[in-house]
Design a binder for this molecule. Structure first.
Ligand code: GTP
Ligand code: MG
Ligand code: ZN
Length: 359
């Protein structure tokens, strides 16, 4: 069963209580999903840690991958006395969710973590460092409903830490940036405010940036498997294979995730604007109010890129991310239209069938 948890310590709040109230029953209790592995879930509850499966009814009602429980979700769990297995009956509405687009042709959303207060976007101060990637992560993070924070890990490997922090802050649209080293145990105290009791943080980033190592430092023991130091290259080996919520001794909750190979956006085009506040501000000076900063004359954004006030790479990155979200939005509209058409076809068919009786 593992340790017993108070729901408050797991991040339970009034919002959860209101959502759970109509589902409550003698054998139905609330819990928080801490692990998912091959359709078996581990759920933390007031009665300890329980293994669970998804109820058949929830499975049948699920239309998309996002309708299944994910780590961080609050769920209603049926736990009958004497039964070993418990059943997840329902997922409580998510207060926040970090999503990405599933790889491949399908237009569908994968929820990486739910009900998170803060997203730590981890990037290594070694070969992993890439401003364009952090811009991409930030677009997704600003949309998640959680607060984005950039963590520059492996600070012990860089000699220009201050300059790197400054470079990232310049593209972060106000998100805090911290440099940390799990090896040198430095910079970790700055993370304390995000890790207060009952607060949830999700750690995201490429494989090998030291996400699990950092969590182990915060826990104070080797709770999670990390890559061997010997022969490890910054490229990463995907040591962590599933998401897991870890309760820190100080009461904070941290979700470890497998390294992201690539983050395909699952956001509306507006999310890109929100993550590029500098470009948004410059856009006020464009001749046309609806300037897309493409090839329009009198574009203040292009002017800024030409005279060095805006990094040309950043403008290119903005245009690329916007194209990606617009393409996705187009696809979603297309799917929505197909769905709409199908419904109306069914309805008009039903009407045709009714008409003869009426006539
Ligand atoms: N120099 C240095 N190495 C570190 C630091 N933190 C982690 N590492 C090393 O980086 C390697 C990868 O660490 P992990 O914690 O497994 O990385 P991860 O981000 O969890 O990787 P995945 O689970 O594959 O996504 C290990 O060899 C760690 O020892 C650090 O602060 N400094
Ligand atoms: Mg890991
Ligand atoms: Zn413009």
């Amino acid at each position: 069963m593992g340790p017993m948890w108070s729901l408050d310590a797991l991040g339970w709040n009034d919002r959860c209580a209101r959502a759970f109230a109509p589902l409550a029953g003698p054998d139905t209790l609330p819990g928080r999903v801490s692990l998912e592995h091959r359709h078996i879930y581990r759920v933390l509850t007031g009665r300890g840690e329980l293994p669970a499966r998804v109820a058949g009814r929830l499975r049948h009602q699920a239309l998309a991958a996002a309708d299944y429980p994910v780590v961080g979700d609050w769920v209603a769990l049926r736990a009958r006395p004497g039964e070993l297995r418990t059943t997840i009956l329902a997922i409580l509405p998510r207060a926040s969710r970090f999503s990405r687009k599933v790889a491949g042709e399908v237009t569908s959303e994968q929820v990486v973590a739910a009900n998170i207060d803060t997203v730590f976007l981890a990037m290594g101060l070694d070969g992993d460092f890439n401003l364009r990637r952090i811009e991409r992560y930030l677009v997704a993070a600003w949309e998640s409903g959680a607060r984005p924070v950039v963590l520059l890990t492996k600070a012990d490997l860089a000699d220009d830490v201050t300059a790197r922090v400054r470079d990232v802050a310049a593209v972060a649209s106000g998100a805090p940036v911290h440099a940390t080293s799990a090896r040198a145990q430095s910079g970790l105290e700055a993370l304390a405010p995000y890790l207060e009791a009952g607060r949830t943080v999700a750690l995201l980033g490429s494989s090998g940036v030291g996400k699990s190592t950092l969590i182990n430092r915060l826990v104070g023991r080797e709770a999670l498997r990390t890559a061997d130091v010997s022969g490890f290259r910054s490229r990463g080996r995907h040591t962590t294979t599933h998401r897991e919520l870890v309760v820190l001794p100080g009461g904070g909750l941290v979700i470890d995730t497998p390294g992201l190979r690539e983050l395909r956006l699952w956001e509306e085009p507006g999310a890109v604007e929100a993550a590029f506040t500098d470009i948004d501000a410059l856009a006020g000076g464009c001749r046309f109010a609806d300037c897309r900063h493409d090839t329009e004359p009198g574009c203040a954004v292009h002017a800024a890129a030409a005279d060095g006030r805006l990094a040309p790479d950043r403008l290119a990155s903005y245009l690329k991310l916007r194209r990606e979200t617009e393409y996705l939005a187009g696809r979603q509209d297309h799917l929505a239209q197909l769905e709409h058409k199908r419904k109306w076809k069914a309805i008009s068919k039903a009407i045709r069938q009714i008409k003869p009786d009426r006539a």
